[in-house]
Design a protein around this ligand. Structure first.
Ligand code: HEM
Length: 156
């Protein structure tokens, strides 16, 4: 009996407070879609984890009200998006975080994202990095890391 209860408990994925459950997937840093930078130059340029968190908060705040793309975020779990984006950026910037989210392909399937929508997201990200005072070279290095993910987010 006890083993049945334990097996049932293990089958339920833990959902962080305020978030919606998602379909089961295997967690791995490989899901983040890019390898981390080495050293701490990029992390310093982004002002550490606090800077990353400020940038993601500002980015998400703007994405959900940007008239060009706000509809795509309606009815989506923005609490989860905020958390997993912070993890993803921190992982890639070598801030010592693990990424617990889904692959870019899995997370963006059926959202109907077009090329121009990626442009709008990048503009908001650039504005957030500028506001944080991230140096130009670091902004561009980071954007170059994200660029190959475009093919997994856009619907063809
Ligand atoms: C390189 C570009 C992008 C990156 C790095 C990125 C990153 C992420 C991450 C980490 C997640 C959460 C994964 C998870 O829940 O497990 C996510 C979800 C999401 N992204 Fe993106 N994204 C990108 C492009 C875009 C664009 C262009 C849009 C729309 C304009 C978009 C809209 C969304 C939405 C609506 C969700 C929530 C999906 C859901 O909850 O089911 N993303 N993205």
């Amino acid at each position: 009996m006890l083993s049945i209860i334990l097996a049932a408990a293990a089958a339920v994925q833990t959902v962080p407070p305020g978030e919606e459950p998602v379909e089961r997937y295997t967690q791995s840093n490989a899901n983040a879609g890019a390898k981390p930078f080495s050293g701490d130059e990029m992390l310093k340029a982004f002002h550490g984890r606090d800077g990353i968190n400020r940038i993601v908060d500002d980015l998400v705040d703007h994405l959900v009200v940007d008239k060009r793309i706000a509809d795509i975020f309606k009815a989506q779990d923005v609490v989860r998006l905020r958390r997993t984006l912070k993890e993803q950026f921190c992982f890639i910037l070598n801030g010592g975080c693990d990424y617990s989210g889904r692959t870019m392909k899995e997370a963006h399937k059926d959202l109907g994202i077009q090329s121009a929508d990626v442009g709008a997201l990048v503009e908001n990200l650039q504005a957030a990095m500028r506001k944080e005072g991230v140096p130009w070279f670091a902004q561009n290095r980071f954007l170059a890391k994200l660029a190959p993910m475009k093919r997994d987010t856009v619907e063809r």
